[in-house]
Design a protein around this ligand. Structure first.
Ligand code: CA
Ligand code: CA
Length: 144
């Protein structure tokens, strides 16, 4: 797994880059492991609609971000409204997918939503836990 972490303090946005997928948690009140879900597609960030948004969908996001268990799947723009396009709607993850890309949905940009329905997640990990994972990862690379 290749893992990069970037922190943009101005926008209060944490970004994780994992191989083959790109998700970030943004918005007011967001942390490394909670926030409005935004996905990267065709050069832009977009949001996810809260229609059919539930804990199984949140599980996949939390797993993909190495953020532990999903504690909550938020709707109604709980972390504020996004500004990009709405990319995904009616997400139907079973909860076992390794990546968002494997979940069923309407198709990119096919939705009947507004940003007031932006979806978010609350995952169990905190920053310190994640930091230790990153340090372990870096150390494991140094000794091989
Ligand atoms: Ca769902
Ligand atoms: Ca819908």
């Amino acid at each position: 797994m290749v893992l990069f972490l970037s922190f943009q303090p101005i926008n209060n946005v944490f970004v994780f880059f994992l191989v083959g997928s790109l998700i970030r948690l943004a918005g007011s009140g967001s942390t490394l492991c909670s926030g409005r879900v935004e996905v990267y597609h065709s050069g832009a960030w977009g949001t996810v609609c809260d229609d059919s948004w539930d804990l199984n969908d949140a599980k996949v996001v939390c797993r993909q971000l190495e953020c532990g268990e999903a504690l909550g799947a938020t709707g109604n723009a709980a972390f504020g409204e996004g500004t990009g396009e709405i990319f995904l709607d009616d997400l139907a993850c079973s909860g076992n997918e390794g990546s968002f890309n494997e979940c069923q949905h309407n198709g990119f940009k096919k939705h009947n939503c507004q940003h007031s329905e932006d979806a978010g997640v609350i995952c169990s990990s905190n920053y310190l836990l994640l930091y230790s994972v990153i340090i372990k990862f870096i150390k494991s690379k140094q000794y091989h």
